[in-house]
Design a protein around this ligand. Structure first.
Ligand code: GUN
Ligand code: FE
Length: 424
């Protein structure tokens, strides 16, 4: 019997659809060779011999996906939160990221980031590193050892940043190829993702070179899109050839035509951009806390859901301060309510079920069949002590989930499983 075959007993909750939660009190979740074999009210005879992990009375939910996080920004969370995006990048972000030229600093800082991510309810993440090749490989190594499943990108930037971070265009492409070669085949759980920072940081030549690389190797791409008013205006000056921001990525083959693409934020995406994201299957990484902290606004997530776009949640550390995607669910609901109350009555606030879906199945789809307790899905699960120290209460499983979204801390995460492997 393989160690990643087992039965987990507990109060199960996952998503049936973006609108519908699905709960099973006192249920059995069966994992065979890392894949979900189903969820059952009574354990079928065929699975009776599997090891039983008894989490009776605890909440069991799918592992969460952070679709957008900057690992090197972890040390300065909470600083510069009275600035807007472009000033914050110059004042706080770029000086911190420059430190990752020093591999010793990078090892220590990334070590803390990975330690905390491992303890969080997130099981998957799409991670920006910095421009530095060696430090990026070190981050991949640490993440691999943690047991989490991650896509990691060496950042590309050849303009509009301090000299310490700016790459020559051809060197940026060469370093990226070398990074891909050096790390190829080294990891079971960590994969590379091309990471042009955003249009203001990347010349047309660099973007085209990365687009060619994405097409040549079928690599996924992650970047930022239509985040903040000042940024969108800057892009319209920098790329007069593009009718809207997303078209700049699309012209350079970085918008999902050759592999998956994640675009963080999409706060200010208009009709044409939204339509193109739909056509290309772009994943929107909704980062509500960051969008509030950096005065960017609130993305029209309900519109994206109604149009059938792929949407997940991102912490966007350090634009966002909190790594837990449970917190991002709560923030998504709160921000959608503010948007509804003060900006646009046509889009109703997000429901708990919708926010939960975004943080589980919505973002999980980037990694394949992930984020639900369906047969054939990779089994990522988190066991939560959702009422530590509280007397028993008659709440339903759905109500307990709702409360956990707002209240659960990392210390309440009792167990975590990724692809059927128990991390703790
Ligand atoms: N746009 C370009 N770089 C960044 C970054 O590091 N964080 C956020 N929130 N937006 C960006
Ligand atoms: Fe970001």
């Amino acid at each position: 019997m393989k160690s990643n075959s087992f039965v987990l007993r507990g109060d199960l909750c996952d998503s049936r659809s973006p609108q519908k939660l699905r709960t099973l009190e006192k249920g059995y979740l069966v994992c065979i060779d890392g894949l979900c074999a189903g969820r059952f009210p009574v354990l079928p005879e065929a699975y009776a011999d599997l090891p039983l992990i008894d989490c009776a009375g605890k909440l069991v939910i799918p592992g969460l996906t952070d679709l957008h996080v900057h690992a090197p920004q972890y040390p300065f969370r909470g600083l510069g939160m009275d600035l807007e995006l472009l000033d914050w990048l110059q004042a706080r972000t770029f000086p911190e990221e420059a430190k990752y030229a020093d591999l010793t600093y990078a090892q220590a800082a990334y070590g803390k980031f990975v330690h905390d991510l491992r303890r969080s309810p997130n099981t998957r993440a799409c991670v920006f590193a910095t421009v530095h090749r060696a430090a990026t490989a070190a981050l991949m190594e640490l993440l691999e050892d943690s047991g989490l499943v991650c896509a990691v990108g060496k950042v590309n930037m050849d303009r509009d940043c301090p000299d310490a971070l700016r790459e020559e265009t051809s060197a940026s492409l060469e370093e990226t190829r070398q990074w891909l070669e050096e790390t190829a085949g080294r990891f079971e759980r960590v994969t590379p993702i091309l990471t042009p920072r955003f249009v203001p940081s990347c010349s047309d030549t660099l973007m085209k070179g990365l687009g060619a690389l994405a097409a040549e190797r079928g690599l996924p791409v992650q970047s930022h899109l239509s985040e903040n008013r000042g940024e969108v205006e800057l892009v319209s000056r920098l790329r007069p050839d593009a009718r809207f921001y997303g078209e700049a990525y699309d012209r350079d083959d970085l918008f999902g035509a050759h592999g998956k693409a994640i675009m963080a934020h999409c706060v200010l995406s208009g009709e044409e951009e939204t339509a193109l994201m739909g056509v290309r299957g772009v994943f929107v990484a909704h980062c509500p806390q960051s969008n509030a902290n950096l005065a960017s606004g609130v993305a029209p997530v309900r519109r994206y859901l109604e149009r059938g776009l792929r949407v997940g949640l991102g912490s966007d550390v350090a634009g966002g301060v909190h790594m837990s995607i449970l917190r991002a669910m709560a923030d998504a609901i709160q921000c959608s309510k503010l948007r509804w109350a003060i900006q646009d009555k046509s889009l109703k606030p997000l429901t708990v079920a919708e926010a939960f879906w975004l943080g589980t199945a919505g973002g999980g789809e980037f990694f394949g069949r992930v984020g639900r307790f369906e047969p054939g899905y990779e089994l990522d699960a988190v066991v939560i002590d959702d009422a530590p120290g509280l007397p028993p209460s008659p709440l339903s499983v759905a109500e307990r989930l709702e409360r956990a979204i707002y209240l659960a801390e990392d210390r309440d995460i009792l167990h975590k499983f990724v692809r059927g492997r128990q991390l703790f």
